[in-house]
Design a protein around this ligand. Structure first.
Ligand SMILES: *[C@@H]1O[C@H](CO)[C@@H](O)[C@H](O)[C@H]1NC(C)=O
Ligand SMILES: *[C@@H]1O[C@H](CO)[C@@H](O)[C@H](O)[C@H]1NC(C)=O
Ligand SMILES: *[C@@H]1O[C@H](CO)[C@@H](O)[C@H](O)[C@H]1NC(C)=O
Ligand SMILES: *[C@@H]1O[C@H](CO)[C@@H](O)[C@H](O)[C@H]1NC(C)=O
Ligand SMILES: *[C@@H]1O[C@H](CO)[C@@H](O)[C@H](O)[C@H]1NC(C)=O
Ligand SMILES: *[C@@H]1O[C@H](CO)[C@@H](O)[C@H](O)[C@H]1NC(C)=O
Length: 443
């Protein structure tokens, strides 16, 4: 968990760093738009950074610790600063790597008060090694909202992020300059924004991932109404502010990052999954896989960088067996050849299409607090062609460190609210059942 020392420090540090560009009142909520890149299936957002402001395109990483940006080649800003060892910014980001002496035949010691502290940007898409990146500070700007209509852009000065080299951009969508971490970390976007506005912005954010490219979904930071417009017709508002079902978010005490500070908890969002059901039948799962072991392995997390859910091998095979039995017993359907990356594919035949997608067996994630989240065809199946559909879940093998990763295909067109203070996740049923999508959010 985030230590209160860091939070006090962050509060003091960032509350001095906010400067509204147009009006002096503090915003209640801030907005980012999200699009789906059609070739990589990565979710992208963008905001202005630096002086002069330059728009940076970034991959959204729900469990990422902080923002990182390529800053060795394509980044010039007169307001860019490095966080110097021992400074408030370095303490906020929990960076205590201020090694002062370099060993060698003639050890060279640097003045630690002039040396930038390191944080560790990593590319969670290709899962390569993390880098040692200078902790950096610069200004960013985001659009505000009063919960009904979007308002002026506000600037946050001294926003903390990590500088990376362009090597870290490998396998990210074209034009992308880094990754935006929304994770549970003092330098994660939600916590930094909240501190920047002296707590007027609650440490809560909502994510609505669009299912189609060329449309915008949204991330809303702070307390806000969530208003959607069916058919993009502004006289037909649907207010989704009070339709959430809540479940507890659990903290994995062991970091899931490549490099981390001693005692650092994972920034990923884990839920307390009790069972998985297909058509109300329980998938037999070894329940010890659903809790964390002493190395922090196990559990169930949500991810925006995995396009599809990934299940540990024994869970996958039990799940697929039950799903297969159910779909074949209840529908006039046959198995067809696998289509990469999926293993379980079916002829669509006479399978109907409902508001919530192809008519497939329902999949339920049942949580320990007795709530459940149910997925229908639009989130369980991937339609490959007119005649073929595949189950949108992947086998992670038996060496996975996280037993169940709920991926973006399963999350899309749902409104998800992450409340960091109450440590709970609010989720909705598929917005499609109400005749709307994430792209119907009114900016
Ligand atoms: C601190 O940073 C240096 C790079 O200068 C790295 O070699 C070292 O392993 C880091 N130490 C820790 C504890 O991360
Ligand atoms: C980090 O800071 C050092 C010292 O200021 C500088 O030499 C180096 O180029 C910086 N590295 C990056 C990736 O910005
Ligand atoms: C928008 O919705 C209103 C109320 O349902 C309807 O009267 C109007 O014709 C719609 N406008 C468009 C452009 O569809
Ligand atoms: C939306 O619903 C919330 C909670 O029920 C309510 O407080 C808010 O006033 C509503 N907003 C609008 C614009 O209808
Ligand atoms: C359940 O999983 C745990 C951890 O992987 C393993 O030690 C245990 O033997 C498994 N139990 C069964 C019945 O397979
Ligand atoms: C099942 O599907 C096949 C081919 O798609 C069709 O010929 C047959 O009539 C269907 N059977 C039923 C009971 O619907």
């Amino acid at each position: 968990m985030v230590s209160s020392n860091f939070l006090t420090m962050l509060f003091l540090f960032l509350s001095l760093s906010f400067a509204p560009t147009q009006q002096s009142s503090k915003p209640k909520a801030l907005l980012l738009s999200v699009t789906k890149d059609p070739s990589t299936l990565q979710y992208l957002t963008h905001f202005n950074l630096g002086t002069p402001f330059v728009q940076k395109s970034l991959v959204v990483d729900l469990g990422g610790r902080y923002l990182w940006i390529e800053c060795t080649k394509d980044y010039k800003s007169s307001t860019h600063k490095s966080g110097i060892c021992g400074s408030a910014a370095c303490l906020v980001a929990n960076s205590d790597n201020c090694t002062v002496c370099l060993s060698g035949s003639r050890p060279k010691c640097l003045d630690k008060h002039r040396r930038p502290c390191y944080i560790y940007p990593e590319n969670t898409v290709d899962n390569g090694p993390a880098q040692f990146g200078n902790l950096s500070l610069d200004r960013i700007s985001l659009q505000s909202t009063d919960g009904i209509t979007s308002g002026p852009f506000v600037t946050i000065n001294k926003f903390i992020f990590a500088c990376a080299t362009d090597k870290l951009l490998m396998n990210l969508a074209k034009g992308v300059k880094g990754m935006l971490g929304l994770g549970r970390h003092p330098a994660g976007l939600s916590i930094q924004l909240s501190s920047a506005f002296g707590g007027s912005l609650r440490r809560i954010f909502a994510v609505c991932l669009p299912s189609q490219s060329k449309t915008n979904g949204v991330i809303v930071f702070g307390d806000s109404n969530y208003l959607f417009y069916p058919d993009y017709n502004t006289s037909k508002t649907i207010n989704l502010s009070s339709i959430f079902t809540y479940t507890r978010l659990v903290v994995n005490p062991v970091s899931t990052s490549k490099i981390y500070e001693t005692g650092e908890a994972s920034a990923d969002y884990f839920v307390d999954l009790q069972s998985v059901m297909v058509n109300n039948k329980i998938v037999p799962i070894n329940s010890s896989l659903l809790t964390f072991n002493e190395w922090g392995f196990g559990g169930t997390k949500l991810s925006t960088v995995n396009p599809y859910s990934v299940l540990e091998a024994s869970i996958y095979s039990a799940f697929v067996k039950l799903f297969d039995d159910e779909i074949i017993a209840t529908r006039n359907i046959s198995k067809v050849a696998a289509v990469e990356p999926f293993a379980e594919c079916y002829s669509i035949g006479q399978v109907g299409v409902a508001l919530t997608g192809l008519d497939a067996p329902s999949i339920r994630f049942v949580f320990k607090d007795n709530t459940f989240w149910e997925l229908h065809g639009a989130n369980s199946m991937v339609q490959i062609s007119r005649d073929v559909m595949c189950l949108g879940f992947l086998d992670g093998g038996n060496q996975v460190t996280i037993s169940i990763v709920i991926g973006a295909h399963q999350l899309q067109d749902h409104l998800l609210q992450f409340d960091l203070d109450a440590s709970k996740l609010g989720f909705t049923s598929s917005l499609l059942s109400r005749g709307i999508k994430c792209s119907n959010f009114k900016f």
